[in-house]
Write a protein that binds this ligand. Structure first.
Ligand code: AMP
Length: 534
């Protein structure tokens, strides 16, 4: 029964991406969006360009229900696509340009875009795979000074973005996080709207300068193809912030932009921050106003110490491709390094549990681990065209993250492992993240990963795979690391089974397409190497 019958002309605002622009297009018209070293737009210009892009796409045959792929670096053009494409009712397919050509071809054939906007640097790749396209796809080459501007400039800025069902898909991308072929994940307008509000409330409701707020100057350091650049570009645009897009990541330009544009808020995986901190110009730039959220991987203690010594305010956050991604964030107002590195508190509307295999909650005692399962209004409903994997994802009515962790008495989560990465030795579960954290603080270790090696007697034994810092003596480093781990065993913080039998030094640790430690590759390559040697 309708409680109050709606008037004939009542407007029932559906939750659509276009609504994120309403406020900033009114009150932030003069605010700037900077892209690379030489493009500056006001929000007024940005809004006009969104209209132009929509009209241009419309002339190219794009309309509601069509799909448009994008292959670009982090630029103002990409941000325009974040809005124009879904606002037309089409689906934005953010193509991961760091996958192998074969995987990119797979994601294109699976996602079936009608048109792809391609930065000129990826045109050789398109030329290589185009013969494998399973349908006609219009390719629009763009780049700095070529293509895009000519393509959109003739179009008018007025486009009447329609209202439609808020549950209509807005975005599509592919995750390679698990085994097998990349899996397609899609989000609706409603989910992205609620996620944006969740990000603003979850990262913004802190006193003073902590967190993400209207005074910030925002620069993503997460590729925009990786879970919508974690959703912050939508949040920053809704808030009307000054935004800086660094293009292709190069540490010298990133540092230059932080200094010249006064960047105060960024987010990235640990690898990208390490790359910036390793650059010689780093010591010349004042980083004391820079707040960085580390997500996508645990925040290694060594990186935290290094960044904080340079004045950077670093905090951890957690989520995954299938969760849009925001799930938790560390207490952003805390200056205690231990608390800043915690996986953190669930965001608003996030119902997070840590459960046993039969879905019973583990006690919140900061020790008992289980799988993290979640519900929230912005979780992927399944995988595109893969019912079996979708059912497994949602088994028992909760989304299964595949992550292992525990909850503290105060409700803060700690991820200790991936389910498939946990090391079980002598009947004990060893947290690979904890081992990595301890080893990462040892002098001479540049980067380190802990993996399990099958062992007939113990089930598995932990192995450390590490990259040495320059000019380090492997024998000395090995001795230090083992002593350090042993000291944690002696203090009762670690089980005695956690002391690795083997430490392997490699030139570089394998990384995934988004710069995370690739333990799958390590297990395959390094363990097969170990097995041959032993
Ligand atoms: P992706 O879908 O590629 O973004 O990967 C998501 C996965 O990254 C999660 O399921 C976790 O295993 C891992 N991850 C993300 N954030 C964190 C964090 N703060 N601590 C530990 N692992 C994390």
């Amino acid at each position: 029964m309708t409680f109050i019958p709606p008037p004939d002309q009542e407007h029932h605002s559906p939750l659509l991406i276009k609504q994120l622009l309403i406020r900033s297009s009114l009150v932030s018209t003069k605010q700037e969006i900077i892209s690379g070293s030489d493009t500056r737009l006001t929000y007024a210009e940005f809004n006009a360009r969104i209209g132009r892009l929509a009209n241009t796409l419309s002339s190219a045959g794009i309309c509601e229900g069509k799909r448009v792929g994008v292959m670009d670096w982090d630029t103002h053009r990409y941000l325009e696509c974040f809005f124009a494409i879904p606002m037309m009712g089409a689906v934005l397919h953010t193509i991961n340009v760091r996958l192998s050509p074969k995987q990119i071809l797979y994601t294109i054939n699976h996602g079936q875009p009608d048109l792809i906007i391609v930065h000129q640097e990826f045109m050789p790749l398109i030329d290589e795979i185009q013969s494998g396209f399973e349908r006609d796809i219009t390719i629009i080459p763009i780049g700095d000074g070529v293509g895009y501007e000519d393509w959109v400039s003739g179009a008018t800025a007025n486009y009447d973005f329609p209202d439609f069902d808020e549950n209509q898909p807005a975005t599509l991308f592919y995750t390679t996080g698990t085994t097998g072929k990349p899996k397609g994940v899609s989000y609706s307008h409603r989910q992205l709207l609620l996620h944006t509000l969740g990000v603003v409330a979850g990262f913004g409701a802190y006193p003073g300068n902590s967190g993400f707020h209207r005074g910030d100057v925002y620069m993503p350091l997460t590729p925009l193809f990786h879970v919508h650049g974690w959703g912050f570009p939508y949040a920053a645009t809704m808030l009307g912030l000054r935004q800086v897009y660094p293009g292709r990541y190069s540490p010298d330009l990133i540092l230059k932009l932080i200094a010249s544009e006064g960047v105060t808020f960024s987010h990235c995986v640990p690898t990208i921050l390490s790359m910036v901190l390793d650059h010689p110009d780093c010591t010349q730039v004042d980083l004391s106003q820079w707040k960085v959220i580390i997500g996508g991987s645990a925040l290694p203690r060594s990186l935290q110490d290094r960044a904080e010594a340079m004045g950077i305010s670093l905090h951890a956050a957690y989520g995954m491709s299938e969760t849009c991604p925001f799930l938790t964030v560390a207490d952003l107002s805390s200056s205690d390094p231990e608390i800043r590195a915690q996986t953190g508190f669930p965001g608003p509307l996030v119902d997070l549990r840590v459960v046993t295999p039969d879905m019973r909650d583990v006690p919140h005692d900061a020790a008992t681990t289980g799988e993290v399962v979640v519900r929230a209004p912005w979780l992927a409903q399944g995988y595109f065209g893969n019912l079996e994997a979708s059912d497994a994802l949602w088994s028992g009515g909760y989304l299964h993250t595949g992550d292992v962790g525990y909850i503290r008495e105060n409700g803060s989560l700690q991820i200790t492992d991936r389910l498939k990465d946990v090391i079980k030795t002598g009947g004990e579960w060893i947290s690979s993240l904890e081992l990595e954290n301890i080893a990462s603080t040892c002098i001479g270790i540049k980067e380190v990963a802990a993996i399990g090696r099958p062992d007939t007697k113990w089930g598995e034994r932990p192995v450390l795979v590490a990259q040495l810092a320059e000019d380090s003596d492997p024998d000395l480093v090995r001795k230090n690391v083992l002593e350090e781990i042993q000291s944690h065993v002696d203090s009762g913080a670690l089980s005695k089974w956690a002391v690795p039998d083997t430490i392997i030094f490699v030139n570089q640790l394998p990384k995934t397409s988004v710069g995370k430690l690739d333990k799958k590759a390590m297990r395959q390559d390094i363990l097969s190497r170990l097995n041959t040697n032993t």
